[in-house]
Design a binder for this molecule. Sequence first.
Ligand code: GLU
Length: 479
Amino acid sequence: MTTGRVPVRTRIAPSPTGFLHLGTARTALYSWAYARHHGGQFVLRIEDTDVARSTQDSVEQILVAMRWLGLDYDEGPIYQMQRLERYHAVVEQMLAAGTAYRCYCTPDELEAMREAQRARGEKTRYDGRWRPRPGKTLPLPPAGVQPVVRFANPPDGHVHWDDLVKGPISISNEEIDDLIILRPPPEGAGAGALGVPTYNFAVVVDDWDMAITHVFRGDEHINNTPWQINIFRALKAPLPLFGHCPIILGEDGLKLSKRRGAVSVTAYQEAGYLPEAMLNYLARLGWSHGDEELFSREQMVQWFDGSHLAKSPAQWDPAKLAWVNAHYIKVAADDRLAALVVPFLQQRGVTVEAADARLAARCALFKDRCNTLAELADWLAMFHLPPAPSDADRATHLTDAVRPALAALRARLASVSWDKAGIAQAMKDTLAEHKLKMPQLAPPVRVAVCGRSQTPAIDAVLALYDRDAVLQRLAVVLD
Ligand code: GLU
């Protein structure tokens, strides 16, 4: 599992063309945990060479999401667009060494080449017409055409690697054509503008320069890896180990995608998931440690040695994620939940101070019945918003038969000590006086005060309201 190179260095290399995708977050987590497990380093690199689609806003979103997940990096963010000179220097070395060459084909020529190959029933590929060979005379470079630089891929043999996830993989070099590694600067870019390298080349120079020992990434890149290995070899650079994680499938068995639900880390943060729940759930989505389903970040670091990574795609399971989140909400400290729930309450029109001690106490009472912070806020909003019981609850619970008991309870509540014990006593005395049982009185009180017929124990709930608010809400239904 190791290259023998120390320290172990891993990286995540997102392209800043949107939010932090769940799949990228998962490979970031694996890379981070692997580095931490080995006491190594984790690097964040921003692959922003797709200039048209990369934005600073997206970089910010990615950084915020990484911070939220607690995936701390030791170096970076390193921006590829700030390293253009380095890529050019490496290209020059390769041109001099003959492992790269200039190609003057125009887009039209390339299209005609592919067209002819298709017509012959062949696989489309660059035919090597500008590749120097012993005894071959190259055409004269046409005037006015800015060349690209291509990698001179080895013409025969195999590329072989032992994938950390998929096991041994071998590809014949005959399958692989001469990849473009550097494009000319766009027309009108101005004097001195540098051309931009392609992904497969920049990634190799970076992984080499950054001394990356282990590359975890999504298996959509598996077809790129043979090129990258050949470029590493051409540069006489030490090879990292590669681990390609299978894609994440949506509930429908198709690739998890934006069109079919939330795919960004931020969307889950906004829906009220806790970062430790996301980490735990993402970790299990493609990796296991025995039967463990719930584990801390520290345990994951301790266990994550690159083994037990799943070869087959994992399926996104919202119900399981909700279960994991419910667990972490239940065990979270009350004052932390209080701080976290404030923005969710704000969305529900409730302004409240996180430092309000009663907010933490309310979180304590409801946290064992919520899948998300949004659900917690739905409960807590009832302490602030006027009750709005359903017609059915009104008809069932706020009957004339129960009103005298409600009135009596209200009178008692006006003078008891305002705590759980005092309120429980008032309930008990009212039940005795009116010859009722708890299930006959508690639901009407809930509907009148909380606007719903089910809550945790009524004495505990009422104690978390202001006395005046309870008296006023009971008065409304007694009118
Ligand atoms: N920028 C690439 C991506 O976001 C990185 C792939 C890699 O890790 O090499 O998919």
